[in-house]
Every structure is written in C-alpha cells, then in structure tokens.
Ligand binder design. Structure first.
Ligand SMILES: [Zn+2]
Ligand SMILES: [Zn+2]
Length: 78
C-alpha cells in the first residue's frame, strides 16, 4: 500500500472511526470515535487499525477503512 493511499484513507476518515456496522449499535450511522494518527496498531486510547475490505486491496482507497480498536476487535470476533 502506498503512503499516498494511506494518506487519502486517513484524510477521508477525518481522524474518526469509519465503522458503520449495524451489529455494533453505534449511536449515529458511524462509530465516529476520535482517533490519534500516531496510535495506529496500538490498543490504547485513540488507537486504531487499518481495516481491509478485500484480501487484495492494493492501492484502491475504497478497499480500506479506519476502525477504532474496539470495532476492529469486534469484527475479528464475528
Ligand atoms: Zn469504532
Ligand atoms: Zn463499529
């Protein structure tokens, strides 16, 4: 994944969790939890993971999403 693609995904998220799974019962349409860029892959406050929708995302911006640690973990458990 190119840094450029990573930038676009992060910009699109606005630094917030993009998860919109109905099963998570988010108060609004999206989770919107505020995240800290430097906290990628860290299971702490502001931590988040880059979620990949398909096995081979390549450099397609739409193949990725920014998920907070909690949402990411829930999806992994599904
Ligand atoms: Zn979330
Ligand atoms: Zn969620």
């Amino acid at each position: 994944m190119l840094t450029e693609v990573f930038e676009k995904v992060w910009q699109r998220s606005g630094g917030k969790c993009e998860c919109a799974r109905p099963s998570h019962n988010h108060s609004y349409i999206k989770c919107n939890k505020k995240l800290v860029r430097e906290m990628q892959d860290k299971p702490a406050l502001g931590g988040w993971k880059l979620y990949q929708h398909f096995a081979y995302g390549g450099n397609d911006v739409s193949a990725y999403a920014v998920y907070c640690w909690e949402c990411y973990r829930k999806i992994a458990e599904e």
